[in-house]
Design a binder for this molecule. Sequence first.
Ligand code: OGA
Ligand code: ZN
Ligand code: ZN
Length: 396
Amino acid sequence: MATHPDTVTDWRVFATDHHLTHVALAGDAAVVTWSDHRTTPFQRFFLRDNCTCATCYLPLTREQLFEVTDAPADLAFASAQIAPEGDLVIGWSDGHVSRYAPGWLRSVAPDAASRAERHAARPRPSIWGGDHGGALPAFACAAIMADDRVLWQWLGAISTTGLTLVTEVPVSNHALLAPIARISHLRETNFGRVFDVRSKPQADSAAYTSVNLPPHTDLPTRELQPGVQFLHCLVNDAVGGESVFVDGFAIAEALRAEHPADFATLTTTPMAFWNRDDRTDYRWSAPAIALDAQGDVAEVRFANFLRGPIDAPAAAMAAIYAALRRFQAMTRNPRFFIERRLAPGDMWAFDNRRVLHARREFDPASGARHLQGAYVDRDEILSRWRVLARELGETV
Ligand code: OGA
Ligand code: ZN
Ligand code: ZN
């Protein structure tokens, strides 16, 4: 396997089993042929845009200096050849010269076969249902603190499974901050850097009472919902208050397969979410299920206790309520949820833009209950995971 560590643009290693056998110029594109007979047309501006020579690129910051509009509109290929060591070398009509390693070219090749291959190889969340209980990834806090590989595995599990349990977190005020500090900085909110979940007389959220909290994501009232939520149990002596989790991606995929009209409604109808007190007034509207540009489910946004009236044409209400009722019924279906009781020292860490969490009603007169929570955005989890992979020698 030929590998090309691209020390200029990145820490990634671009490995490919295929080398370039031929290049031909065809109008707007340089068409390369690979040793597996695949052909890839690279459009002239795409190649010019990705030149990493010292004039076009700043190695210090690994960022581009060149702007594609700096090239003349009639920029043309002057020459194209495969160099003896295998790189593609392009001479341009304005005298500039660019070179490209085959591993890098293969990793960005825009032909249909290469794109389909990359799409199939993309990391996908592993979705789960009510039978997932036994397979819940669990990590000991001390191992996360001491071992970078365990930290890396924990972050990987948060990204793929979306729900993890950390055990033996010290039972003391703000002890959740130590494992979180191994990752990154917090996403602070109006509920504090760390929020205390207990029944309060002047509650500014249903969370701070003892009522049943149906399956929800936290802060759907914000343009960007917090990415990962950490919930650490300090005291759980009250009767009730069990934790329930639902993989929102599993529900979304089941809707897509089994009730496509409801899926279409929930991916296109903005739902309003509000939370206000005497100091703040947060509102955001967005569909309960968000898709990315490929049509994959990217995010679930839902908290019934924060929902405002639906703003939609009268004629659409019946279909919207049918879809909403279906979605809510699925969150209550044992096919989809798992239920657990937190013990002091346990900490849930879960993707708050995917996994809905719930709390059963508890009886505050029967005993104390106190959790502490905090958030870290998804970007921080992924960035830390990639840097750890670099340090651990993992190719990702
Ligand atoms: C919350 C919440 C869970 C619990 O505070 O948003 O979901 O178990 N709490 O109290
Ligand atoms: Zn250049
Ligand atoms: Zn919550």
